[in-house]
Design a protein around this ligand. Structure first.
Ligand SMILES: [Zn+2]
Ligand SMILES: [Zn+2]
Length: 163
């Protein structure tokens, strides 16, 4: 969604209320795939501070799905945070600003990317997958857990014991 800052204040008001929903399917950050489960809701206000200066404040709420870093289980995370940004259309050189036209999606999603947690765990206590056999250690206890040996090699070890 694009807004021309010079036009929205043409009626003499200093505040412009912005309540909208932004659509985005997914993002890939550092090779991590995250998908949005519903449109991102924006409740905010743009305030005119001066001829070229504006302030953008908004509360954001969204949820996204990603994989647990340890066991690769699907996890849905709910996120809420606020943006408070000053914009000067005379000096700012930002991708979301073309002259006096503000691209709300670009501005908001830039902040969203910065605020997404780097680590995702399905549970703080997640035991993850066994590095040897790939078993989900939250569900079962595998045999290779103690000595860290591939089960295919375990028989060999027994053999050597007997020699
Ligand atoms: Zn997990
Ligand atoms: Zn194992």
């Amino acid at each position: 969604m694009q807004i021309n800052l010079l036009n929205i204040f043409a009626n003499g008001e200093n505040d412009y209320l912005l309540n909208c929903e932004l659509e985005q399917d997914y993002v890939v950050i550092d090779g991590d795939f995250k998908y949005f489960t519903k449109p991102l809701s924006v409740n905010g206000v743009i305030t005119m501070l001066g001829k070229d200066e504006y302030r953008f404040r908004a509360d954001l709420a969204f949820s996204y799905g990603t994989l647990c870093d340890r066991c690769a289980k699907d996890v849905i995370e709910d996120v809420e945070f606020s943006i408070d940004k000053e914009i000067n259309i005379d000096v700012d050189e930002e991708e979301y600003l073309q002259g006096s036209v503000l691209d709300i999606d670009d501005l908001v999603f830039e902040e969203v990317y910065l605020n997404l947690p780097v680590k995702t765990l399905c549970d703080d206590e997640c035991k993850g997958l066994c590095p040897n056999c790939g078993a989900d250690l939250n569900q079962i206890t595998c045999d290779c857990e103690d000595d860290n040996i591939d089960p295919r090699l375990a028989n060999l070890k027994e053999l050597f014991k007997e020699v």
